[in-house]
Design a protein around this ligand. Structure first.
Ligand code: ADP
Ligand code: MG
Length: 399
């Protein structure tokens, strides 16, 4: 789960990491009021969206008066911000963070990630802040410092000092940098984060080290241990299809193709997507409905897949091990009888009671396209989609 910059900063501040003075606003008037509360002569109005690259996309605005703050807020609120990280759909700005403008002497990069290979938290830092880590890795690889943390003892002050020195900080800045590094590590570790990125971590003109930006992602499977973190979820920033699926215990990832997939098992779902591509199509989603594949789950899956208006054919691929094909077939038939989907449906069943399952599909009288193998299923799905697309096209021409 991702959270907003202002939420991450609130968390980090609790762990002793310095951040600029700031406050949240939902309207231009509130933004101006917040600016007055913060004081000073320079403010930054920052769009709160779950994506990076806001600055370059116009989502971070430097303002020199309350009027400018109000105008910036007016422009940003409700706007769809498309950044190079957000994907073409962009993210709608519903909240703003108003922050005091800070005089930056130096911009650094600081990241904490889970390195699954070494099974350690990896600290990644660079003296080249402001750029993205991918760019830094490509253009200034020598500036990157990596330190892995021994989980039994956690990050040690000497490691933080080593990083601070490697970043070229002056002695007068080291203590403040160590505070920031240790605070970030503790927040990451104690709250079961999987990613924490401070870009830029800055050194101010009076030698303070501060988090000017903050991005934090949490392990969904550990959220039950941190109800206060779970409450920070902002559904408006998530893909509505994925939110809908997660709320119903289905594992769904929205994609941009035309062929919807309903599959049991993550591995089979991946293989199904591969086969669709091989057959010349593009999957509209990844969907693992789990081992159960009860009629209710199948019905939910149809509903979910057809929420995506791009879907022009649906491929159901079920391998019944513990499950039974006849039950799944019943589920498919019941779901389609109750709410027809309006696009071709291709069903491939394999495993326990497969013959009975196929008979149920055939007997239903529904226009279900059946397939015996995965390859056949994918080919028929792509063919049905192309056919369907053609007839839809014709209808439009005739109309
Ligand atoms: P993003 O990474 O999404 O573009 P950042 O929070 O990193 O957003 O902001 C982009 C840039 O805006 C920063 O690199 C920094 O130069 C500037 N900036 C952000 N917040 C402040 C602030 N409080 N004071 C001064 N400059 C800021
Ligand atoms: Mg940033």
């Amino acid at each position: 789960m991702d959270i907003h910059e202002y939420q991450a900063k609130e968390i980090l501040a609790r762990f002793g990491v310095a951040t600029p003075k700031g406050a949240l606003a939902y309207s231009p008037e509130q933004a101006a009021y917040r600016a007055r509360e913060i004081g000073g002569k320079l403010w930054v109005v920052k769009a709160q969206v779950h994506t990076g690259g806001r600055g370059k996309a116009g989502g971070v605005k430097l303002c020199r008066s309350e009027d400018e703050v109000m105008d910036a807020a007016d422009e940003l609120l409700g706007k769809k911000l498309v950044t190079h990280q957000s994907g073409p759909a962009g993210k709608i700005v519903g909240r703003l963070y108003i922050e005091g403008g800070v005089a930056i002497a130096k911009e650094l990069y600081l990241g904490f990630v889970l390195d699954r290979k070494s099974e350690r938290v990896m600290v990644v830092a660079s003296s080249e802040g402001g750029m993205e880590i991918e760019e830094i890795a490509a253009e200034k690889p020598d500036s990157i410092v990596k330190v892995s943390v021994e989980p039994a003892v956690g990050m040690q002050a000497f490691q933080a000092r080593e990083i601070a020195f490697a970043l070229g900080l002056k002695p007068s800045q080291i203590q403040s940098a160590v505070n920031a590094l240790m605070g970030c590590y503790r927040a990451f570790e104690e709250l079961d984060a999987t990613m924490l990125e401070i870009n830029p971590l800055i050194v101010t003109e009076d030698d303070h080290v501060m988090a000017l930006d903050a991005k934090m992602t949490f392990d969904d499977n550990a959220l039950f241990r941190h109800p206060a973190v779970a409450e920070l979820r902002d559904k408006s920033q998530e893909d509505p299809r994925e939110t809908h699926a997660n709320d119903r215990g289905l594992s769904y990832v929205g994609l941009t193709g035309k062929i919807g997939c309903i599959v049991n098992g993550a591995g089979l779902a991946m293989a199904t997507m591969d086969m669709i591509k091989l057959a010349g199509g593009e999957p509209a989603n990844f969907l693992d409905i789990g081992g159960g594949a009860t009629p209710e789950r199948v019905a939910k899956a149809f509903k979910l897949v057809t929420m995506d208006k791009n879907v022009e054919a649906i491929l159901v691929n079920i391998f019944a091990g513990i499950n039974r094909c006849d039950w799944v077939a019943e589920g498919v038939v019941q779901a389609l009888e109750k709410s027809p989907v309006g696009v071709p449906v291709i069903v491939r069943l394999a495993g326990t009671h497969v013959e009975e399952g196929r008979r149920i599909l055939a007997r239903s009288g529904l226009p279900i396209i059946r397939a015996n193998t995965l390859a056949e299923a994918a080919e028929r799905a792509v063919a049905a989609w192309k056919n369907n697309a053609n007839t839809v096209g014709l209808k439009v021409v005739n109309a």
